[in-house]
Design a protein around this ligand. Structure first.
Ligand SMILES: Nc1ncnc2c1ncn2[C@@H]1O[C@H](COP(=O)(O)OP(=O)(O)O)[C@@H](O)[C@H]1O
Ligand SMILES: [Mg+2]
Length: 443
């Protein structure tokens, strides 16, 4: 998805964009410039001649401040080369990189070093720790290079060592630590520099799966509290899906798709991406929001038992959610309770609204709503951050999403059938006759 050619950065853009790549190329070997020209004219990558490798081809993207942007691709697809151009470890053969408002391609080495020190830090796959230095000294190393006085850098190092969960290990040597802990040191070292942008190249790929998931979770937590912009490289799709706000899929040096995990999954740009995503655990990527439907009906406190009952009769439901005027979820009410109340001449919903609605937040993973959805007495409610009912997940929908058998879900724990419409209508008419409700309210 090539971006339009940009003019000079506008202020409002650099305010929200942390990193921008524009038409980036990296060619290794001979005749690099002419290789770029050939590539631009459409020469395939494997027809550039021997001794010339096009590692990154015409890559453009923007990373928003505070975003986790994942670059995913098979080994050799150009990920490391790309990330190394973002902090100037590799010089781009063509194209430009902006960090915030500053172009880092075509600047002096001195300025580049400063940007690397203050704006962009990097975590590597193999930790790159200094074996004879303690954890604390490793974490403080970058600050030491910068010439920060000992006391100050050690205070900072202690702080971030704690942040990554290594308090108490400050005096140990790297060899005394497990792989996961060593990578925490690597992460702490990058955090110590206090840069806005964090580049992570396969940072968790060497860890075993359980430790790896733990690190991923911790990274998300850190990101939520520290608000860093993170560019995370991985060849692992599940990791990409778990971490990424957006994912760029790379193949043979090019970005073939950029999108949210869900977009990549549900709308792959081509067969390559489609094959890539075949094995991913959908229930971990899709959220309640992505599978929810509009509720067929809701009741309001002002509906009263008769109003709620009428809605349920009309929609053939045995229960409905009750929301207030701003759609905040108050609870749910059954047709049996409403019928009972109408027969008793009760006109208010007070005391009839059940609060054990079990609704889930809209960003809950589908994997985590299976049980609540089966247990829920009505289609599982989905609420936003303000507790507003934004949708429901009927069991059938859920099962369809998972490619399962809808009948099995219906049998999971049978819900009561709605009351027969005639029974409800009779009760409403009786209530009109006794004068507890007005005739036009049951029409
Ligand atoms: N310094 C280099 N010199 C020559 N070729 C390189 C160099 N670095 C990487 N390459 C080549 O560029 C391509 C992309 O490599 P890389 O960026 O390391 O991919 P990835 O990180 O996705 O595995 C590969 O074909 C690789 O062999
Ligand atoms: Mg690599």
């Amino acid at each position: 998805m090539p971006l339009p050619a940009w003019g000079p950065l506008r202020k409002d853009v650099s305010d929200t964009i942390a990193v921008r790549a524009d038409g980036l190329f990296k060619v290794f070997g001979r005749n690099t410039e002419s290789a770029v020209n050939k590539l631009k004219k459409g020469t395939p990558r494997d027809k550039l001649g021997s001794g010339t490798t096009a590692a990154v081809i015409d890559v453009s993207f923007e990373v928003n401040k505070g975003e986790i942007f994942v670059v995913m691709g098979l080994s050799g697809s150009g990920k490391s080369t790309l990330i190394r151009m973002l902090n100037g470890l590799h010089e781009a053969t063509a194209g430009s990189v902006h960090i915030g408002g500053d172009q880092i391609t075509d600047i002096s080495d001195k300025k580049l070093r400063e940007i690397r020190r203050k704006r962009v830090s990097m975590v590597f796959q193999h930790f790159a720790l200094l074996p004879h230095r303690t954890v604390l000294d490793n974490v403080a190393y970058g600050l030491e290079i910068q010439g920060m006085p000992r006391e100050e850098r050690e205070a900072k190092a202690r702080e971030v060592t704690q942040v990554v969960g290594l308090a108490g290990w400050e005096g140990k040597l790297p060899s005394e630590l497990s792989g996961g802990m060593q990578q925490r040191v690597g992460l702490a070292r990058a955090l110590a520099a206090d840069t806005d942008v964090l580049l992570m190249d396969e940072a968790f790929s060497a860890l075993d799966p359980l430790i790896r998931r733990e690190m991923q979770e911790q990274l998300l937590e850190l990101q939520a509290t520290l608000g860093k912009t993170i560019i995370f490289i991985t060849h692992d799709l599940n990791e990409a899906m778990f971490l990424g706000d957006r994912i760029a899929v790379m193949r043979d040096g090019r970005i073939v798709q950029i999108g949210s995990p869900e977009q990549i999954l549900t709308d792959p740009a081509n067969e390559y991406v489609e094959q890539f995503v075949q094995d991913v655990d959908r229930t971990r990527v899709l959220t309640a929001e992505s599978v929810m439907r509009k509720p067929r009906a809701v009741a309001y406190p002002s509906s009263g038992p008769h109003g709620a009952l009428k809605i349920m009769r009309d929609e053939q439901l045995s229960a409905v959610y009750v929301v207030n005027r701003s759609r905040s979820l108050l609870g749910w009410i059954t047709d049996r309770d409403a019928l009972d109340a109408v027969r008793k001449g009760v006109t208010s919903l007070d005391g009839l609204v059940r609060e054990d609605h079990g609704a889930v937040a809209k960003d809950t993973a589908v994997a985590d709503i299976l049980i609540p959805a089966i247990e829920s007495a009505l289609p599982l409610g989905v609420v936003d951050e303000k507790n507003r009912l934004v949708g429901v997940v009927p069991r059938v929908t859920l099962l369809a999403t998972l490619g399962g058998d809808a009948d099995a879900a219906a049998q999971a724990s049978p819900r009561p059938d709605p009351l027969p419409a005639e029974v409800v209508t009779q009760a409403l008419e009786a209530a009109v006759e006794t004068g507890s409700i007005d005739a036009k309210e049951v029409k």
